[in-house]
Each structure stands twice: as C-alpha cells, then as structure tokens.
Design a protein. Structure first.
Length: 226
C-alpha cells in the first residue's frame, strides 16, 4: 500500500478540464486512496456525487488563481461549492491588500470563508502564493491566515512564478501551530519532490493528476527494488 497517497490532493483545475476527465480523476482517487480531489467549482457537484461515501474529500479552488475578487464574490463561490458537495476549500488570499499593508482586509476576507466552512463542517486552506512574497510578507500572510482560523496554509496556486519550495514549507511549518496543516503545491512532479516536502513539514501535497500517478509509480518501483 502506498505511504504517500494519503498526502495527495489529486488535482485537475485546468480551464479545459472536461466532465469525463473529472470522472477519471475521481476513479483514480478511489483506486489509490488519495486524500482528496481538487477541482474548480463547476465540477464540484460531479465530484461530490462520484465520491460520496468513499471518505475522499472534494476540495474546491476559490478566488483562484489570482484572489482578485471581492469577499462577497469569494463567499458566494464558496457557498455554491459547499452546497454542491465540497468539504475543503482552497482560497487564494487578497494579495494586493497584503502588499499594501491592509492586513485587516486580508484577515476579514479569509475569516468570512472560514466561518462559512464551519457552518458546513468543511476545512479551509489559505493559498499564500509564496513566490510573490518577501520573507516578511510570508510571515505576515501565515500569521493572518492562522488568525482567521484556517485549517491549512498552502504555499502556491501552481500558476505563480514558481511552486512549493522546501524553504517555504519549512517556514510555514515553523510559523503555524500544530493544529494547522501545511499544504505544498506547485512543481511537485516526482517521488523525490514529494518526500522532500513531507520531510520539510508538509501534511498535504497538491499534485496534478498526471504527476500523482507518476509519483505512485516511482514509489512502487522503489518498494519493489529496495
């Protein structure tokens, strides 16, 4: 049995994703027992129906990938996803406000989604997009996300200048309390990448659908040929 599958959010958030591809994503998640599938809001209902009763979470990207929508728009998108069957939300923070020093807006934006998640018994992940932040901004973003009550802090969208780094995962793990998970996402393509992130403190990995299967294939080969 895979030791790494339970860390993985099996992800397909491409603009051209089709219902058939989402159905395949869900079948693969069931076969390999991934932690979750991660999809866009338009595919939540399908994923929720296919995964009902399996114990595999449906994660939905909110305000993705830019975070450049109002709190109300994010809240409405989040409510639609939760009603459709999502039980985890990956929410892009309000980066412009963070850069402008308007920290109250960043926390307010996230808090609104966190409260909604609590109403539905769902988990909230705050995406920080670390590649666009200075070290001080990473620290502040993590602190604000934790203050807002999120369940995870997440390194990246996968659409930024770069993805997860061991440095950023280590930093977020040091800053976040033990009750808050750390999700590494973006650029995790090999078993070695995945292990490096886990050893740095990641408790969840955001991995594209193709890369997830490649990682498990590499893991199998290593287990068969120690």
């Amino acid at each position: 049995m895979s030791r790494i599958a339970s860390y993985i959010d099996h992800t397909l958030v491409r603009a051209d994703a089709t219902p058939e591809q989402i159905a395949r994503l869900c079948r693969e998640a069931c076969e390999h027992r991934f932690a979750a599938v991660a999809v866009n809001e338009v595919h939540v209902h399908l994923a929720g129906r296919l995964l009902r009763g399996t114990g595999i979470s449906v994660a939905c990207a909110i305000g993705f990938p830019l975070g450049g929508t109002s709190t109300w728009v994010k809240w409405y998108e989040a409510r639609s996803a939760l009603r459709g069957g999502a039980n985890e939300l990956d929410v892009m923070i309000y980066l412009g406000a963070l850069k402008d020093g308007r920290y109250d807006l960043v926390e307010h934006d996230l808090s609104a989604i966190v409260r909604l998640c609590r109403d539905y018994g769902a988990r909230c992940k705050a995406i920080l997009e670390c590649a666009l932040l200075t070290e001080d901004e990473k620290v502040r973003a993590c602190q604000l996300a934790v203050a807002a009550g999120v369940d995870f802090v997440k390194t990246s969208t996968g659409y930024g200048p770069s993805g997860a780094t061991v440095h950023d995962v280590t930093l977020l793990r040091r800053l976040a309390p033990p009750t808050v998970g750390v999700k590494a996402a973006g650029g995790i393509r090999t078993y070695a990448d995945a292990i490096a992130m886990i050893e740095a403190g990641a408790t969840r990995l955001g991995v594209s659908a193709q890369a997830s299967l490649q990682i498990l294939s590499e893991e199998r080969l290593l287990l068969e040929n120690p």
